[in-house]
Write a protein that binds this ligand. Structure first.
Ligand code: MTE
Ligand code: MO
Length: 255
């Protein structure tokens, strides 16, 4: 058995190398830490845009536009299910803008269009007179729950056709009658064949908590975009304000 033994000189030089390497490692770590700290300080010194620090918001917007242009496809549809698999009592969640009761004699759906002088308005009966569409799909909330639900109403695209609303704008905004809850949608998602203005769930009139008399059902988006109790629909080229995007959530909230 032979043992390799370094002579003292060799040992010294090995030790020096180790010391130098250790120093370099710590120096690198130190520079990294200072860099991270400075980066963190810089980031936190930035102003907030829609609930996120500006650089992070920019990143989020980049991701969301990539998502919009690459992932979203007009031919993509959310899976549909048989009516028998729908929840008997759809779960209710979120009640912003639903404080006061609606007097149906007073309620109208207002539609604002950039080129129209006066906003168009439709009563619930006007809306019910249009072709009726059913949908059974899996409703998904960003808070982590989902549920198969059955809704009926008028496709937003059918509503657009009936009232001769122009489709060559970028956005559709919707607000509750009291303007407490509001959402913005890209036109392609708004006019998607599964997007409906719903007035029934499980074949009966929707309840106040579900958004009586009219709510949005948009299966290609998360729950946050399914605005309950629509007061106004506004067509525009400017991105409409959005309640949850202002709290830092992704503007498009697509699935
Ligand atoms: N007017 C209004 N619409 C709203 C909300 C709200 O707070 N107010 N919450 C949203 C959220 S976060 C979800 S998950 C769905 C819930 O719809 P539901 O109560 O029918 O389940 O409504 C969306 N639409
Ligand atoms: Mo939600």
């Amino acid at each position: 058995m032979s043992q390799v033994k370094n002579n003292p000189e060799q040992e010294q030089s090995i030790e020096k190398t180790i010391t130098r390497r250790t120093f370099l490692s710590f120096a690198t770590l130190g520079v990294g830490a200072v860099g991270s700290y400075l980066g963190w300080r810089w980031l936190h010194g930035q102003s907030e845009v829609d609930g996120a620090l500006a650089p992070l918001r920019t990143m989020l917007e980049t991701n969301s536009s990539v998502n919009q242009s690459v992932v979203f496809s007009e031919t993509h549809t959310a899976p549909e299910y048989p009516r028998s698999s729908a929840a008997t009592e759809p779960r209710t969640n979120g009640d912003v803008g639903l404080d006061s009761d609606v007097d149906i004699a007073e309620w109208k759906l207002n539609v604002k269009h950039p080129t129209a002088m006066t906003p168009l308005s439709a009563t619930l009966d006007d809306i019910k007179a249009l072709p009726k569409t059913d949908i059974v799909f899996e409703f998904k909330c960003v808070e982590g729950w989902s549920e198969i639900q059955y809704w009926s109403g008028v496709r937003l695209i059918d509503f657009f056709h009936h009232y001769n609303l122009q489709q060559n704008y970028h956005y559709v905004g919707m607000t509750t009658p009291d303007e407490e809850y509001y959402i913005g949608l890209d036109m392609a998602s708004a006019l998607h064949p599964q997007t409906i203005l719903a007035y029934e769930s499980n074949g009966t009139t929707i309840s106040s908590e579900q958004g009586y008399p009219l709510r949005l059902v948009i299966p290609v988006k998360y729950g946050i975009k399914n605005l309950k109790r629509i007061g106004t629909i506004a067509i525009s080229n400017e991105r409409p304000p959005d309640y949850w995007a202002e709290q830092g959530y992704d503007y498009y909230a697509g699935l």
